[in-house]
Ligand binder design. Structure first.
Ligand code: BG6
Length: 509
């Protein structure tokens, strides 16, 4: 096959991290995630010259639209959602290699058409182009897509070579242990594990990756990182937004499935795992799974609190309660807030509670991991005149990304008075604020074949194994035990009681 001449704009794409020529095929091409995250991610990778030469984007969906109409959709998604403005130069590089294939997800003939389409791209480019399938559809069609990738032989394309077919699977990865196992079974019937990239977009966040760097590239933390020095760990993933127009989805999900079982557990795993033997994907994922396995079963009567938001004020605006939102059942038993106490039964963490909480319509959008250290013996600075805080190291995952340490210091003056002081590092002041979005990193990593920041099959199952009994208990309980919190607050009183039982209080991030 003859080499096609390169477009002048593609000449300087030499900075890429070694991704081979790739055709990214997005299933669910007209979906919300595609517009909000995936197309802008591809665009920003192009703007940073990180796409491989001969990059192609193929939208696949049920809607019968033309290539041109898909390009227009993509351009308007970039205008609306990209962190950078749409520049014609950059867009031109992608647009001329953006095409669309219309077809059903359960239609084998349509997948044969897709296979032909990809073969034509190979022919045009003059070499074998790595297919990267991104399944960004509702979970009900994950299985038919996977099966059709199998029956059309697309799943095995170039297997045995580095540019073999790869598949990214969006969340939710199952809705309990059984469905996750079922999905893993469908996957392994068609693909080898090394071809599979299960997404949790929290792993693509810069600050989540920084957690590993902070923990293992600094020597001062490791000696303290255990039950001898750490009193408790609090992980908060709070959002100001409510369920908005996603009521239908959220009613089937709730905070536990939507945020805790996946995103928050990734933060737990990276905070608490043992040092891996190398930075290899498998070495890191082995440690994460080992940690998840050490977590004790959660007692639904003791270790948890759940609640729904009621009417309240956020940023001076009155917001409705969950039950008043669109698409929510009158007597809905779905939690919009969950708090969990986890006990990790291993040498490092035994006796150190890990408190997790996540909720919608809370006071502020913040994701942070706060490691609270033990108090010093109360012999010296005890009594009324001393304002002492618990030493707390907090990783601010978002927004206002950074790291801070709360210490106690002396207030200047002739008497000895103390006051908590804060040392802070902020990404924006040190590195500037143009941080890549999680999806940029993840799409690039999958193109390169680096699965470090993706979930392995056994990892997904281990997390579901922990949470499935709790989900079942909540389902059986209906609204019994459901707390309430005002929109715009820091959560329900039953979550405060959860910590009070062990003499702890939630930190105000
Ligand atoms: C998604 C959840 O996975 O994560 C949403 O389905 C949630 O409900 C979102 O709002 C939060 O992501 P981020 O990156 O904004 O913290």
């Amino acid at each position: 096959m003859a080499e096609t001449p390169r477009h002048p704009f593609l000449q300087d794409l030499s900075k890429h991290r070694g991704a081979p020529p790739t055709a990214v095929v997005i299933f669910g091409a007209s979906g919300d995630l595609t517009a909000r995250k995936l197309i802008p991610a591809v665009y920003n990778l192009a703007a940073d010259n990180l796409l491989p030469p001969d990059f192609h984007l193929v939208g696949y969906g049920r809607k019968p639209i033309t290539d041109e109409a898909f390009r227009e959709l993509a351009a308007s998604a970039i205008k609306e959602f990209s962190r950078r403005e749409l520049s014609d130069d950059v867009w031109f590089r992608i647009a001329e290699r953006t095409t669309y294939v219309a077809g059903g997800y359960d239609d084998p003939a349509a997948f044969d058409r897709l296979a032909d389409h990809l073969a034509k791209i190979d022919e045009k480019v003059g070499r074998e182009v790595q297919p990267l399938f991104y399944i960004s559809t509702p979970p009900s069609v994950f299985a038919p897509i996977l099966e059709n990738l199998g029956s059309s032989n697309l799943a095995k394309k170039y297997l045995g070579k580095p540019h073999h077919a790869k598949v990214i699977i969006e969340k939710p990865f199952g809705r309990d242990l059984e469905s996750a196992r079922e999905l893993n079974k469908t996957i392994t019937g068609v693909l080898e594990e090394h071809q599979v990239y299960r997404i949790d977009h929290y792993l693509g966040k810069e600050t989540v990756q920084d957690l590993l760097v902070q923990r293992f590239a600094n020597s001062i933390f490791e000696p303290l990182w255990n039950r001898n020095f750490i009193d408790n760990v609090q992980i908060t993933v709070s959002e100001e937004v409510g369920v908005g127009t996603r009521g239908g989805y959220y009613e089937q999900s709730g905070a536990l499935r939507d945020m805790i079982q996946n995103h928050t557990m990734q933060l737990v795993a990276l905070t608490a795992m043992e040092p891996p033997v190398s930075l290899d994907a498998e070495a890191i994922r082995d440690e994460k799974v080992k940690l998840l396995r050490a977590i004790q079963p959660i007692d639904p009567a003791v270790d948890v609190a759940r609640a729904q938001y009621a009417e309240g004020m956020i940023a001076g605006k009155s917001e409705p309660g969950y039950l008043e939102e669109e698409g929510i059942a009158e007597q809905s038993g779905t939690e919009t807030y969950a708090a969990i106490k986890l006990s990790i039964n291993n040498w490092r963490w035994q006796g150190v509670p890990f408190y997790l909480r996540s909720g919608k319509r809370m006071a502020r959008r913040v994701t942070e991991i706060a490691v609270q250290f033990k108090r010093p013996p109360g012999t010296l600075f005890a009594g009324g005149g001393f304002d002492l805080a618990t030493n707390t190291l907090s990783f601010q995952i978002q927004p206002d990304e950074g790291l801070s340490l709360i210490l106690n210091g002396k207030v200047p003056g002739l008497e000895t008075r103390t006051q908590p002081v804060k040392m802070s590092f902020r990404y924006s002041t040190t590195f500037g604020s143009n941080t890549p979005e999680a999806y940029e990193r993840l799409v690039l990593d999958a193109m390169i074949g680096d699965s470090t920041l993706f979930i392995r099959g056994d990892e997904a199952e281990t997390s579901w194994k922990l949470y499935t009994p709790l989900l079942e208990a909540w389902e059986a309980a209906g609204r019994d035990g459901m707390g309430e919190y005002a929109a715009g607050s820091w959560g329900p009183s039953n979550a405060d009681a959860l910590l009070a039982a062990t003499d702890h209080v939630w930190r105000k991030p």
